[in-house]
Write a protein that binds this ligand. Structure first.
Ligand SMILES: O=C(CO)[C@H](O)[C@H](O)COP(=O)(O)O
Length: 212
């Protein structure tokens, strides 16, 4: 299980400082949508230059212009880029083809998707599928949401979860085994913690135990 650190609503310099603090406890650096909107795709390039040995995800949340956006993200140094699962299937196909061509990864964000859409997405066999609770709907009950999604996501080999993930929730998921994600995406629970290093280390230790 990998930890992806989501960096949002901060400037690049602060984002770099946070990564330096928690570097040993994370696997993937997510250049969040807000960073890309505030600073452009060069925010991905800056992260790549600063951290050449870590996986970098560009959270583009692409909705259209898939080929252009994915080529731009990979050229800037991203290893993974994201597209929304509700977007036209043709856009997702274009993103998928660029990912294959560049030998990089694609994450499909399942926010607002339903059973029939997820069935149509299963053909993107090498994609990572992210079960994501929107920031603006953070009051949603995770357990019942994951239970509902579980019915649709069998056969999806690579799963991620995101949206207000904290230690309590991860502990619960570990006990109930509702979902076994390959990647756990954590933002505020680390970046807004009083002691970020301590928070990241706590997630890291929990993941080590889950692996066993
Ligand atoms: O993609 C995002 C918002 O759309 C965030 O990166 C994701 O929700 C993780 O951040 P947090 O743990 O703070 O919710």
């Amino acid at each position: 299980m990998k930890i992806q650190l989501a960096l949002d609503r901060i400037n690049i310099e602060s984002a770099i400082k946070i990564v330096e603090k928690v570097y040993d406890y994370i696997d993937i650096i997510e250049v969040g949508t807000s960073l890309i909107k505030d600073y452009g795709i060069s925010s991905v390039g800056k992260m790549r230059k600063q951290f050449p040995d870590k996986l970098i995800l560009a959270d583009l949340k692409t909705m259209d212009e898939g080929e252009y956006e994915f080529k731009t993200a990979y050229s800037a140094g991203a290893d993974i880029a994201t597209v929304m699962g509700v977007t036209p299937l043709n856009t997702i196909s274009l993103c998928y083809d660029v990912a294959q061509k560049y030998k990089k990864s694609i994450m499909i964000d399942l926010m607002e998707t339903n059973e029939s859409r997820i069935t149509n997405l299963k053909k993107f066999k090498e994609a990572i599928f992210c079960i994501h609770i929107a920031k603006d709907e953070i009051e949603k009950d995770f357990e019942s949401y994951f239970q509902k999604m579980k019915l649709y996501i069998s056969e999806l080999p690579h799963l991620a979860i995101a949206g207000g993930i904290n230690i309590e929730l991860l502990n619960k998921l570990n006990k109930t085994r509702i979902i076994k994600p390959e990647i756990v995406i954590i933002g505020s629970a680390i970046t807004k913690a009083f002691d970020m290093q301590k928070a990241a280390k706590e997630f890291y230790s929990l993941m080590q135990n889950i692996k066993k």
